[in-house]
Design a protein around this ligand. Structure first.
Ligand SMILES: Cc1ncc(COP(=O)(O)O)c(C=O)c1O
Length: 391
């Protein structure tokens, strides 16, 4: 029995595992039990921004290991403070709360939105079709995809789903009862769909007209993935609150929600908390990630390699116009929308030594580590070309 077969005896059947038994990772490659290398264009779902076994992350974890792994939020340590300071500065916010995951960051924000809205008779929340904000019941309520929600309704009341990138629908719907608008500036799970400037402009208009909170979900797109530290920084609008996670912890579980100063005291002592959130170990790893991004100018690197990736994918599109419908993305968050289900292509990729991801049915999603080089992109694109030729 291989690991995947054996795991089926123990785990709930909620995942479609890939047929790859990973022994270890190094840089932008994974290695299986037989020693075969796989170029990783998936990064553990956008988590492994610095690839595998990054020396700076490893050293930070080792140093923290020698101090303590966990203290609880009854205490605070320098490493948590340093990460908070740097994260707030890079993201452009005033206060934060650390969580373990993305969905918990969204839950915390929902509590702020609820309490803030309650004081103003605002009980509606706007979210967008094909959004993905997480799987706990609050976050699931604004994850506007039927396949995720249908078995669990009724969910939170007062949630209104609107089409993404549709300024008209937004202008018609937002009113005095709207407490908040949640959005991904580039939808990830929904198929790598960037927001259009007119859509963001409409959000800004209704925000000013109706005193609405804007919440940016930066869980997948943040921490440099799009070539800016936060994806919202590509646009002419700063959200009131943002959620972060995934790459934030350098591979350890860590999330956060960040707020502007005027929202800093909405939640009062005892109204929110977590046992593990902001663990010193995760914060040590996260601080190493942010330091590396800054000191190695990784945002610039992502802009350059991201543009190169998009360009190479567009070249592929002109070679295979009958297979590839569109290519889109921002930085190293890219996609090819195909004329077919992309999961079989992921399986073919594994055979040929590349890890890709299929999302939204017919979208091939690329989330390589931020340290990827042009030569890796060439290698990956050559493999994909091979696969497309053989279809
Ligand atoms: C945009 C976005 N929001 C929220 C989440 C949920 O994060 P987590 O799985 O850490 O709860 C994800 C996870 O894929 C995501 O991509």
């Amino acid at each position: 029995m291989n690991w995947i077969q054996e795991s089926e005896q123990y785990f709930l059947p909620v995942y479609r595992r890939l047929p790859l038994e990973v022994q270890y990772g190094q840089g932008v490659f994974l290695y299986d039990r037989q020693g075969k290398a796989y170029l990783d264009f998936f990064s553990g779902l956008g988590v492994n921004a610095l690839g595998y076994q990054h020396p700076r992350v490893q050293k930070a974890i080792e140093q923290q290991l020698k101090r303590n792994l966990h203290l609880s939020n009854f205490f605070v340590q320098d490493v948590q403070i340093e990460l908070a300071r740097k994260l707030l500065q890079l993201a452009g916010y005033d206060r934060l709360f650390f969580t373990n995951s993305g969905t918990e960051a969204i839950e915390g924000i929902l509590k702020i939105v609820k309490k803030w809205g309650k004081a103003r008779q605002k009980d509606h929340i706007i979210c967008f079709e094909n959004a993905f904000h997480g799987r706990t019941l609050g976050a699931l309520s604004i994850t506007a995809q039927e396949k995720y929600q249908k078995s669990f309704t009724p969910l939170l009341p007062g949630v209104i789903q609107l089409p993404y990138n549709d300024p008209g629908a937004l202008l018609r719907t937002v009113n005095g009862r709207t407490a908040a608008i949640f959005l991904e500036f580039i939808q990830g799970e929904g198929g790598i769909v960037p927001a259009e400037p007119e859509f963001i402009q409409a959000i800004q208009t209704v925000r000013e007209q109706h005193d609405v909170l804007v919440v940016g979900d930066e869980i997948q797109a943040g921490i440099g993935r799009t070539g800016k530290f936060m994806a919202y920084q590509h646009f002419d609008m700063q959200p009131d609150l943002v959620a972060s996670a995934k790459a934030l912890g350098g591979g350890l579980p860590l999330g956060a929600f960040l707020v502007r100063a005027s929202l800093a005291d909405v939640l009062q002592r005892g109204e929110h908390g977590t046992t593990f959130g902001g663990s010193p170990l995760s914060c040590a790893a996260g601080l190493a990630v942010l330091q590396e991004i800054e000191e190695k100018n990784l945002l610039q690197h992502v802009q350059k390699t991201g543009a190169y990736l998009l360009n190479q994918l567009r070249n592929l599109q002109s070679e295979f116009p009958d297979r590839i419908k569109t290519v889109r993305g921002l930085g190293l968050m890219a996609a090819m929308e195909m004329h077919q289900d992309t999961f079989p292509l992921v399986l073919k990729g594994l055979e040929k030594g590349i890890v890709l991801n299929s999302t939204a049915g017919n979208v091939l999603r690329f989330l390589p580590p931020l340290i990827v080089e042009a030569s890796h992109i060439d290698q990956g694109v050559d493999i994909i070309r091979d696969i497309l030729k053989q279809l």
